[in-house]
Design a protein around this ligand. Structure first.
Ligand code: NOJ
Ligand code: CA
Length: 729
C-alpha cells in the first residue's frame, strides 16, 4: 500500500515537472507551460505551428518588507525573500473550457462570443511556502494570462518592485510603436524594425509638455508587430485595475520584451494585498490583419457589466465649443485681468472680460441650434467654469472650480434652451491633473450635472499630476480614474476621460466609460499636424483597449484660415475625415469643426448626419497597419450599413464586395470619395458624392488619395420611387 502511494506521488510529481499544454478551441494557438530546473515559470506560444513567443519567463520581484506586528507580539520578522520568480513547484493544474455569448450595452457587434480554453496553474514557492496562480486563457485569436494571489499566511501584503513577464519574439519584427512614457500617449507612431527602436528613440521625442521616458528601448502597449512571414502580433493588457500600467522594455539583442510597470512617486509598481489578481497580459495573434481589428479578447478578459440598470447609457453624436479654442480662434479663459485665480475668492463679476471667451451663452446657443437642426444628440462646452486664467504650466494645485460658471455662461438659460431644442449638454471637467481638487469636488460637480441634466462628462488631465511626483499611469492615479468612473455610474453619468491611462477593456464592466482619448487625437492637427497614416494605425494599437474620442470631422484643413498665427495643417482629405466615423469605432463621436465650415460642404456633411454610433455588426474588409483599413458596419436596429476606408501616405485602391448585405434587398448607396486629384496636403477638400443602387452581388473598386479615404452610407430601399434615375453600381 505504502509503495503504491509512493508511486502515485512520484507520478504526480513527474507530471507536474512536465510541460503542460493548452490549445485554443480551434487548435491554432498552442501554449506550453513548464517550470525549469531552478523553479522559474516559463511559457511559449505557437500559432498554426509557428513560434510566436519563444521560451519566456514569468514572475515578479518584490520589495523587502519588514512585516512588523503591533501589540503584545511586536517583533521584526526575518527579511522575506523578494523573488516571486523562482524556486517554484507546480502543485495543481486545472483545465476548463468556457463558451458564452454576451451582449454589450453598446459596441461594434450586437453579440460577443467569449470562447476559450483555460489552464490555471498553482505554483508553490518551496522556501517561502507562498502560492501564486498563473491563469492562462487561450482563445482562437490569442492568449491572455494573469498572476493571481490567493489569501495565504505567508503573503498578505506585498509591494511589487518589478513585474518580470517576458514576451520573447522570434526575430527582428516590424513594430508600429510609440515611446514608453509615464505621462503621455500623444505621439505619432513610428514604423521600424525592433532593432531600430533604440536609435530612433535616441534622436529625440516629439515635443509634448509632459513627457517622461524611461528607456531607449521602452515602448507602449498596445504594441502592434508584423513578422517577416506575415504574422500579426499584438501585445497589450486587459482589466488594468489597482496596478501600474504596463510598458514594454526591449532587449534589442535578443528581441525579448519585458514588462515595465509604471512606478508611483516612490518607485513602487504596486502595493498589493492578497487575495488579489493582476491585469491580464494579452497576445493577439493572426495571419490576417483584419482579425486583429475584429478581436474581442480584451473585452472578454474583463468582468461582466457591474451596472444593473444601463438604460441611461446612450451612445452620442455631438458638436461643441472646442475646436475654436484648440485652433486659437477663441479662448477658454474669460479675462486677462486676474494674474492668478483662487477658487472661492477671485470674483469674476468684477473683472473686465477680454472678449475672446468661447463659452458665452450666445455662442453656446449657436451650437445648440446647429445640433438641433442637424440631429446631433449633444453639445460639449469647454471653458464654462472658473480657473482657466492660470491653469497651465506651473504645477498649480486646486486649479478649477467645477461648480461655478463664468458670468457670461448662463447655466440656467443654457439648460432651458437646450431642453427646449431636445439637445443634451456635455459637461467638461479639466482637472489640470490636480487630483485631490477633483476628488473633493466630485460629488458636488456630478450633482450639478444631474441638476442641469448633463448625461456625460469629458474630463481631462493636462500637466503634471499632483500630488507632485506621481505620473499619469501609476497604480495610484489609475485608482483615481477608476474611482471617477464608478462614482459617475452612481450619478448615472457617462465618462469620456482625456489624458487618462489607456483603456484595457474596462468599458465591458463599466459601460458608462464611453470614451477615452489616451492617444494623439485630432487636436494635434491644429498643433502641427499628425502623420497621414496615423488613423490607419490607431485601430491596431490604441483602439485594442476600447473606443477613442478622436473628434473627427475637420473640413477646413488649413488652420491659418481660422487663426493666421497657426500654420498647422490637418493632414487628411475631407473624405478621409468622413470615413473616420466608421473606421475609428466609438459610441461617442464628435463633429469637431465649426458650423460655418459644415455649411460650406452640406452634401458631404450629410454623411456625418446619417452615420450611426452604435452597431449590430461590423465586418473588417481590408486592413494593413500603416497602409489602409476598410470596414463595414450595420447600424443598430436597422438594415442600414456604413462603410469607411482610410489610406496612409501612399493612398490605396480598395476593392470590396457588398456580400454583407441581405440577398433579397436593394439598397441605395451614397459614396463620398476623394476626387481624382485629391491629396491630404495639396488638395484635401476635393471630393465627389455619387448615389448608386447596390445589392449583395455588387462590387466596388475605389481609389483613395494619399491621406485619403471614402465613406459610404447604404440605406435599404423602401420605396421603388427612390431608385428613379439611379444606376446600379
Ligand atoms: C486636452 C484635451 O485633449 C482637449 O480636448 C481639451 O480641450 C484640453 N485638454 C483642455 O481641457
Ligand atoms: Ca489630449
Amino acid at each position: 500500500m505504502k509503495k503504491l502511494f509512493l508511486l502515485l506521488c512520484i507520478s504526480v510529481m513527474i507530471n507536474y515537472m512536465m510541460a503542460q499544454e493548452l490549445k485554443s478551441p480551434n487548435g491554432n494557438q498552442v501554449l506550453i507551460f513548464s517550470v525549469n530546473n531552478v523553479g522559474e515559470p516559463v511559457y511559449t506560444l505557437t500559432y498554426k505551428g509557428k513560434d510566436i513567443i519563444k521560451p519566456s519567463k514569468l514572475g515578479l520581484e518584490l520589495f523587502a518588507s519588514e512585516n512588523v506586528k503591533f501589540g503584545a507580539e511586536v517583533k521584526k520578522e526575518k527579511e522575506p525573500k523578494t523573488s516571486l520568480y523562482d524556486d517554484f513547484k507546480v502543485v495543481d493544474v486545472k483545465s476548463t473550457s468556457f463558451d458564452e455569448t454576451w451582449q454589450p450595452v453598446w459596441g461594434e457587434t450586437k453579440d460577443i462570443r467569449n470562447h476559450y480554453n483555460e489552464m490555471a496553474v498553482t505554483l508553490n514557492q518551496k522556501s517561502t511556502d507562498r502560492n501564486m496562480i498563473i491563469r492562462f486563457r487561450l482563445f482562437d485569436d490569442g492568449l491572455g494570462f494573469r498572476y493571481e494571489f490567493p489569501q495565504q499566511k505567508n503573503l498578505a501584503y506585498f509591494v511589487v518592485k518589478e513585474e518580470l513577464t517576458q514576451f520573447a519574439m522570434t526575430g527582428d519584427h516590424i513594430a508600429y510603436w510609440i515611446p514608453g512614457d509615464y505621462d503621455t500617449q500623444e505621439y505619432d507612431y513610428t514604423t521600424s524594425k525592433l532593432s531600430e527602436i533604440r536609435v530612433i528613440n535616441e534622436k529625440g521625442r516629439q515635443g509634448n509638455l509632459s513627457q517622461t521616458g524611461f528607456s531607449e528601448t521602452g515602448v507602449q502597449t498596445s504594441l502592434q508587430m508584423k513578422t517577416s512571414d506575415g504574422i500579426y502580433i499584438n501585445l497589450h493588457e486587459a482589466a488594468l485595475i489597482n496596478y501600474g500600467c504596463m510598458h514594454l522594455n526591449l532587449d534589442d539583442k535578443n528581441f525579448v520584451f519585458q514588462s515595465w510597470i509604471t512606478p508611483d512617486a516612490n518607485g513602487t509598481k504596486g502595493y498589493l494585498q492578497a487575495p488579489c489578481t493582476l491585469p491580464w497580459r494579452t497576445v493577439i495573434v493572426s495571419d490576417d490583419a483584419r482579425e486583429i481589428l475584429a478581436s474581442n479578447m480584451t473585452l472578454n478578459l474583463n468582468e461582466p457589466c457591474k451596472i444593473d440598470d444601463t438604460s441611461w447609457i446612450k451612445p452620442m453624436k455631438y458638436v461643441g465649443v472646442w475646436w475654436e479654442m484648440i485652433t486659437g480662434k477663441s479662448e477658454w479663459s474669460y479675462t486677462y485681468d486676474v494674474p492668478s485665480v483662487l477658487i472661492g475668492v477671485t470674483d469674476f463679476t468684477k473683472v473686465k472680460p477680454h472678449g475672446r471667451h468661447g463659452a458665452t451663452t450666445a455662442n453656446v446657443k449657436k451650437y445648440i441650434d446647429f445640433a438641433a437642426l442637424h440631429g446631433f444628440d449633444g453639445v460639449l462646452v469647454e471653458g464654462w467654469n472658473i480657473g482657466w486664467e492660470d491653469w497651465f504650466g506651473h504645477s498649480k494645485d486646486f486649479v478649477f472650480d467645477f461648480q461655478t460658471p463664468y458670468p457670461d455662461f448662463d447655466i440656467d438659460e443654457i439648460h432651458r434652451y437646450a431642453k427646449s431644442k431636445g439637445v443634451k449638454m456635455i459637461m467638461h471637467h479639466e482637472t489640470s491633473s490636480s487630483v485631490r481638487n477633483y476628488e473633493q469636488q466630485m460629488d458636488a460637480a456630478y450633482q450639478l450635472m444631474n441638476k442641469y441634466d448633463y448625461p456625460a462628462v469629458k474630463s481631462g488631465y493636462v500637466g503634471d499630476i499632483i500630488p507632485r511626483g506621481e505620473s499619469h499611469y501609476s497604480q495610484w492615479i489609475n485608482k483615481h480614474y477608476q474611482f471617477a468612473v464608478e462614482k459617475a455610474a452612481k450619478y448615472k453619468i457617462m465618462v469620456n476621460a482625456h489624458e487618462a491611462v489607456r483603456p484595457t477593456g474596462i468599458c465591458r464592466t463599466w459601460p458608462n466609460l464611453i470614451g477615452n482619448e489616451s492617444a494623439r487625437g485630432t487636436e494635434y492637427q491644429a498643433f502641427g499636424g499628425s502623420k497621414p497614416n496615423h488613423v490607419t494605425l490607431l485601430p491596431f494599437t490604441r483602439l485594442i483597449g476600447g473606443p477613442m474620442d478622436y473628434t473627427p470631422g475637420i473640413f477646413e484643413m488649413n488652420i491659418s484660415k481660422i487663426n493666421p498665427s497657426n500654420t498647422s495643417h490637418c493632414n487628411s482629405t475631407l473624405a478621409n475625415q468622413l470615413a473616420l466615423y466608421v473606421t475609428m469605432y466609438s459610441p461617442l463621436q464628435m463633429a469637431a469643426d465649426f458650423p460655418e465650415h459644415y455649411e460650406r460642404f452640406m452634401d458631404a456633411f450629410q454623411f456625418i448626419k446619417d452615420v450611426a454610433v452604435d452597431w449590430d455588426n461590423s465586418k473588417y474588409l481590408e486592413a494593413e497597419p500603416g497602409e489602409y483599413i476598410t470596414v463595414a458596419r450595420k447600424a443598430k436596429g436597422t438594415n442600414n450599413w456604413f462603410v469607411g476606408n482610410v489610406a496612409g501616405e501612399k493612398g490605396y485602391t480598395s476593392s470590396i464586395t457588398f456580400d454583407f448585405l441581405d440577398a433579397d434587398k436593394t439598397y441605395i448607396a451614397t459614396i463620398y470619395a476623394d476626387a481624382k486629384d485629391a491629396h491630404y496636403k495639396t488638395n484635401p477638400q476635393a471630393y465627389t458624392v455619387r448615389k448608386v443602387l447596390v445589392t449583395n452581388k455588387s462590387k466596388l473598386t475605389q481609389p483613395s488619395a494619399p491621406g485619403g479615404g471614402y465613406a459610404i452610407s447604404i440605406f435599404e430601399m423602401t420605396d421603388k420611387a427612390q431608385t428613379k434615375g439611379l444606376k446600379k453600381l
